[in-house]
Design a protein around this ligand. Structure first.
Ligand code: C2E
Ligand code: CA
Ligand code: CA
Length: 519
């Protein structure tokens, strides 16, 4: 708007100047002043000379007045331009770190065609490791301070390049590769800069970073693609562990596309109820009776192919679908459990993320009430990993569930980091020895000792012990001899659809119908 106004003002000035020159020229040409003089003299009675003098004075003062106002106006225009520039700056920068933001990056990317022809670029995607923990444990203020320090360190490394903060703990760096830098080494420098302890109000904070990069033109043609590709590389780096640097490889994109497709398929599958629980018997090792079933999610595609839960459960967790999926499965499982004998329990797996959900108790009780399954028939399985992320909340949530009369089992025991002392802090009714121990405990002296120790620990704590993954008679007998309470495994019954569990319950034979489907 302002430049248009400026042009108009220039035009008007020219027009007025031209008008002045024409009138002035005509006046000179026709001796206008003498003619006026003669007019004043011939009409002395009208005091025309006084009127003319007054007009002259007013005109001169008016000129001075206009100049002063024009000065004011130009100051106002400057002020407005500065304010507009500031608003533009705010819109394109992150106010915390003062780094350019996603919008700025978008404008750089859309100007892609103006990239110097033949120039080489690299894009780094940087994601902090452990930042969420800092925010949760030390508060957002300290988290913000840490981000500012990280931004400064990145600016120190990439003084002549563009560092963007995309939000949260994600950064992007776009560099022009004039002198062909070694990109992995540069990525490692980013990691070490971020890893250096950050001192905030006397506390030392340590963060890590996962870094991915992609090159233009070697990996792709545009900056937009390079950002996507460096992001895929960053995910691969994150998967490889903390503080890793990865350059883009085409397989990474394929993996990402596959994941996105799976995610879309998963949403459709959930809508169509294609994911259902199967049930694997839990058997009392003394009496060989089925005491309950563990619900294990099964996704059967239209083609009849089964997608393993180890693939789609983490997918649902990452896509934010796990609460909905669990709710769906839990409802079905509770209804199915109503068809089993009244003494059998339903053992249901919780996702680690759910132990941070303070409303979990309410959600579970609501479903139990709606379906009509008594609280004492439910057992929830949680893994050690679920306790590590946020031990306090996990303990509160588990205590609430336990106080309702719901049993809690610690799943995959031995694969995580639980110390024995930790166990007594949580309201566990059962410990499930991970199948990796059961698979090897007969041959491995060390594993055998661990299994024995867990079983005696269980009886000491008054906690029941389940052994998972029993596949052979020898394992079963040995576990029975050691006094293990409950067994689960292909030998005792495979995961099976609900109709077969009902058949097995009716015959009292855990093996009934289990050979039908091998999953
Ligand atoms: P998990 O809770 O440890 O479940 C036991 C796994 O061991 C199941 O694998 C089961 O099929 C398998 N298994 C049972 N007996 C044997 C045996 O004798 N030998 C061997 N080698 N394996 C045996 P599955 O069904 O593939 O489930 C894998 C994991 O996925 C589960 O491990 C659990 O962590 C998770 N999962 C399954 N369903 C759900 C669910 O509904 N919700 C959540 N959050 N996680 C689930
Ligand atoms: Ca389990
Ligand atoms: Ca397990």
């Amino acid at each position: 708007m302002l430049p248009a106004y400026g042009n108009r003002a220039k035009w008007e000035l020219l027009v007025w100047l031209a008008a002045f020159l024409i009138i002035y020229g005509l006046a000179l040409w026709f001796d206008g002043h003498e003619a006026l003089d003669a007019l004043f003299r011939s009409h002395e009675e009208y005091d025309l000379d006084e009127v003319f003098t007054a007009l002259n004075v007013a005109g001169s003062l008016g000129l001075i007045y206009s100049i002063l106002r024009i000065k004011d106006m130009s100051k106002e225009i400057q002020r407005r331009l500065a304010a507009e520039e500031h608003v533009d700056w705010i819109a394109c920068h992150d106010p915390l770190t003062e780094l350019p933001n996603r919008r700025f990056l978008e404008s750089v990317v859309s100007r892609g065609s103006s990239l110097a022809v033949g120039a080489k670029y690299a894009v780094y995607s940087i994601d902090l490791d452990g930042f969420k923990k800092i925010n949760d444990l030390l508060g957002h203020e300290k988290g913000d301070l840490a981000l500012k320090v990280i931004a400064q360190r990145l600016l120190g490394l990439f003084a002549d390049d563009k560092v963007f903060r995309l939000g949260g703990d994600e950064f992007i760096v776009v560099i022009e590769r004039n002198n062909n830098p070694e990109l992995t080494t540069l990525g490692r420098r980013v990691v070490s800069a971020i890893c250096k302890p950050i001192l905030i109000e006397g506390a030392s904070i340590e963060l890590g970073a996962s870094v991915g990069f992609a090159r233009v033109p070697e990996d792709c043609e545009s900056l937009r693609e390079a950002i996507r590709y460096s992001d895929s590389a960053m995910y691969a780096a994150k998967k490889a562990g903390r503080n890793c640097v990865q350059g883009f490889r085409p397989e990474m994109q394929e993996e990402l596309v596959r994941k996105l497709r799976m995610e879309a398929d998963l949403k459709v599958a959930m809508k169509r109820n294609e994911i259902r629980p199967f049930y694997q018997p839990l058997v009392d090792l003394r009496t060989r009776e089925i005491i309950g079933y563990e619900a294990l999610a099964r996704w059967e595609r239209e083609t009849g192919e089964f997608v393993p839960p180890s693939e789609f459960i983490p997918l649902a967790e990452n896509a934010g679908l796990i609460v909905q999926l669990t709710d769906q499965l839990f409802r079905i499982a509770c209804r199915d459990a109503l068809g089993w004998p009244a003494h059998t329990i339903l053992s249901f797996n919780l996702s680690p993320l759910q132990l941070n959900d303070r409303l979990l108790r309410l959600r579970i009780i609501k479903v139990l009430e709606e379906v009509g399954l008594p609280v004492h028939r439910l057992e929830l399985e949680v893994t050690e990993g679920a306790l590590i992320a946020d031990p306090e909340t996990a303990r509160d949530v588990l205590n609430e569930l336990s106080q309702e009369g719901i049993k809690i089992a610690l799943d995959d025991f031995g694969t995580g980091f639980s110390s024995l002392s930790q166990l007594s802090n949580y309201p566990f009714d059962k410990i499930k020895i991970d199948k990796s121990f059961v698979a090897t405990f007969e041959e491995s002296n060390k594993q055998g000792k661990v299994v024995r120790a867990i079983i005696s620990l269980g009886s000491g704590l008054g906690v029941k012990i389940t052994a998972e993954g029993i596949e052979e008679e020898g394992q079963l007998r040995l576990l029975q001899d050691l006094g293990c309470d409950i067994g689960q495994g292909f030998l005792l019954g495979r995961p099976q659809p609900v109709d077969q569990t009902i058949k097995a319950s009716q015959t009292g034979d855990p093996m009934a119908g289990t050979a039908l489907r091998r999953i």
